[in-house]
Design a protein around this ligand. Structure first.
Ligand code: NAI
Length: 259
């Protein structure tokens, strides 16, 4: 039998980047666990697809995490449809591999804007709603889950801006956890290892880099998006009521391996 504190049924969860890859797997996993899900991204076609996949339990909305007005629209949509917002998952993200000497400043800033500033914009908008909601019996009013990366902790060649944005997500997680505990808002992060998705398939599937990664992963394989869902459920569930400011690594052991 499932532990009652792991029950997320009925929780209202907004998932940015929830139309593809890791965010999509979390959106579907939350919906299967009985949560009420709103999945969002910039891509209209993918928004329509995930709405169909989620069925009556879920909703989908076009949103741009870089645009505070668009994010506010998605929060308002969640409140209008479901009455509250229990969890925000920040899974929107972009990457670009490029020799660092050639990377235009604008490109560096674009990646930081989506991956870091976007997570701040959505978190702030969500927290402004969460702080005024009724708390559970331990005083928790909402949970925010960021998506960090193995790149938060170890450098990979040619993805400087991405690594900087993901290292900063760990700091953002700690800062927001400290600032918002007083409102009953928990803030944590998941740091996945290497999961082939539209984001990185071209970089790691069938490439020397991908082979190197597998060789340095104790499980000697990439992960599946579905292998993140259990940890993502835990981190927004009452079972994690005393967990905040934490980044949980789910990487098949990649970062644990020394030389
Ligand atoms: P993906 O490309 O499948 O999904 C990214 C999603 O973000 C897409 O739905 C895209 O439309 C959306 N998005 C991009 N810019 C946006 C914006 N401005 N506003 C709203 N949505 C936007 O990629 P994946 O792999 O599922 O990535 C999800 C998160 O996981 C990202 O933060 C990524 O950095 C992170 N991650 C991925 C890993 C992997 O191996 N795939 C490993 C570690 C972290």
């Amino acid at each position: 039998m499932e532990h009652p504190d792991l029950d997320i049924s009925g929780k209202v969860c907004l998932i940015t980047g929830g139309t593809s890859g890791i965010g999509r797997a979390i959106a579907i996993g939350y919906a299967q666990a009985g949560a009420r899900v709103i999945a969002g991204s910039t891509n209209r076609q993918k928004v329509d697809n995930i709405k169909r996949e989620l069925g009556p339990a879920g909703e989908a909305i076009q949103l741009d995490v870089c645009d505070p007005a668009s994010v506010q629209g998605a929060i308002d949509f969640a409140i209008k449809n479901f009455g509250r917002l229990d969890a925000l998952v920040n899974a929107a993200g972009v990457i670009k591999r490029q020799p660092t000497l050639e990377m235009p400043v604008e490109e560096f800033e674009r990646i930081m804007r989506v991956n870091l500033t976007g997570s701040f914009i959505t978190s702030q908008a969500a927290a402004r709603v969460m702080k005024d909601q009724s708390p559970d019996h331990r005083g928790i009013r909402g949970a925010i889950l960021h998506v960090a990366s193995a790149s938060s902790f170890a450098a990979l060649e040619g993805v400087c801006a991405y690594g900087c944005s993901k290292a900063a997500i760990v700091a953002l997680t700690k800062s927001l956890a400290n600032d918002w505990a007083q409102y009953g808002i928990r803030v944590n992060a998941l740091a996945p290892g290497f999961i082939p998705t539209p984001l990185n398939r071209g970089l790691i599937e069938g490439t020397p880099r991908g082979e190197w990664i597998k060789k340095h992963t104790p499980f000697a394989r990439f992960g599946d998006p579905e292998e993140l869902v259990g940890a993502a459920i835990y981190l927004i569930s009452p079972a994690a009521s005393f967990t905040t400011g934490e980044t949980i690594i789910v990487d098949g052991g990649f970062l644990s391996r020394g030389i």
